[in-house]
Design a protein around this ligand. Sequence first.
Ligand SMILES: Nc1ncnc2c1ncn2[C@@H]1O[C@H](COP(=O)(O)OP(=O)(O)OP(=O)(O)O)[C@@H](O)[C@H]1O
Length: 589
Amino acid sequence: MLSTRKIFPLAALALLAVLPQLPVPEFWITQLNYIGLYAMVSLGLVLLTGIGGLTSFGQAAFVGLGAYTTAVLSTRFGISPWAALGVGIVLTVAAALVLAWLTLRMSGHYLPLATIAWGLSLNYLMGNMEFLGKYDGIQGIPPLEVFGISLNAGRSIYYLIWAFAVLAAIGVSNLLDSRPGRAIRALNGGVTMAEAMGVSTFRYKVVIFVLAAILAAVSGWLYAHFQRSVNPSPFGIKLGIEYLFMAVIGGVGGVWGAFTGAAVVKIVEDQLQTILPKLMGASGNFEIIVFGVALVLVLQYAPKGLWPAIARWFPAGPRPRDWGDAPALESRSKPSPGELLLDVDKVRKEFGGLVAVNDVSFQIRAGEIVGLIGPNGAGKSTTFNLITGVLSLTSGGVQFRGEAVGGLASRLIARRGMSRTFQHVKMIADMTVLENVALGGYLRSHSGAARAMLRLDRAEEKRLFAEAERQLQRIGMAGQMHELAGNLALGPQRLMEIARALCTDPALLLLDEPAAGLRHKEKQALAEVLRQLKGEGMSILLVEHDMDFVMGLTDRLVVMEFGTKLIEGTPADVQASPEVRAAYLGTEH
Ligand SMILES: Nc1ncnc2c1ncn2[C@@H]1O[C@H](COP(=O)(O)OP(=O)(O)OP(=O)(O)O)[C@@H](O)[C@H]1O
């Protein structure tokens, strides 16, 4: 039986295919052509802005690059439009790489500003270069040919436009449901978690920026051969902003939001362009005002855009469990019990004049659970972040399995077998528990974006889901694997983070205040899971504020106060220590 989830896209595809054969007025075919072209560009923005959290106002310039490349090459040099498409894509990738290289390492507003500058300058270039026909542009662009058929009418190029648009949508949705897709979806919540899972966040930012640019350039190429002429006006900053409108109004969270947004904006814009000047009694682009107001309203009342409201009618079922017989992922050689695993040697961190961690040393041997405790502000989290590479050391060193890791990026430390959770849970709230945990298997798998888009990664995906399910079983959460992570209570969310860390196949598990904010019952469940992991031979470093929680659980405790190691010993030693009592009583009660 086909579900409504499957029937809807098939019906939409069938309708798209027969429409030009029906007596539909030419006007609507033209509208649909524009919607397909616009949707491709806003699809790139869904990937870039909605999923990856990066904003670009310069997509119209990439459309222009694709359009002008084919216009120049086909009219001035007689080069085939298909070859010109290849050249356009190469130029686009080169321009996108340069922009990405310059801006993506910087945080904040550099990318939006750089894309505005890029959009303005390219548009200026188009409008002022003799060679590009200045503001008149280039006319006489030949029609496209496919298998000897000339696509010289709206109804014939329609098929090519929509073939590209549908293929792009399928490629992007395949990408989002894959190993690189999970890494891309992790970008939006900041880079720390993704890096801790071994993801090079810079690389994926570049990947989505380049992909979005390619989608825009292909749309521009189709546009040029559909219009048969180009001029600078559709590639300016106004359209750059309009593409963002489309993505936001339709819904930046998913592929079909791009199509919804393109359709709504194109159709409403046309109507407004005829109605508003009549109402106002003057000519002008009054629709911009309406769009501005609409955008504010959408952001206020439907921040996820219009598509999620439509998608409610087609609820997705749980992911079919087809990984039952998938072979296990490869695992690393395990340290032998008692082997020196982590050697923290006089690590120091200064923030300006404040010494947050003052030459702290301790060791962890394989099979131990060590607790790092101390009152608020003692420097526990900073020490933890120094070990995991989130912060750089002022001085001192960290050795892991005999190898110096101090100063390495956190993703390189993760690669060596340290895996962590976070004091404030970091997850992808709109992904299922299973998918969140599968992100932990990132470093144990290899498929890249191209394989994912072509769906060549399914065997590896099965192995990843099988591993994620195994880790969820290990912590007793297999029953919740299909739930959205954001819908879980804090206790299960913290356990899910532990399963995600276990999915990396760690030699050492680092837990940052795992019991913080948990209710008594949830703390008990967590302690039970940690005891069981210890029973299985897992080595754990636990940063914890709650003394009672660590007492019954750890082999050894390192107590910090004011950035310095106060004492190290068994829980009994620590409990009996007058200094520790003073530290806790003095600062807390
Ligand atoms: N990025 C930073 N810049 C400046 N000071 C910082 C920074 N991070 C931490 N500190 C300071 O370093 C000291 C140690 O902080 P840290 O968060 O490591 O303590 P903690 O023991 O983990 O405390 P808590 O239990 O409250 O998390 C504090 O005085 C804190 O204000």
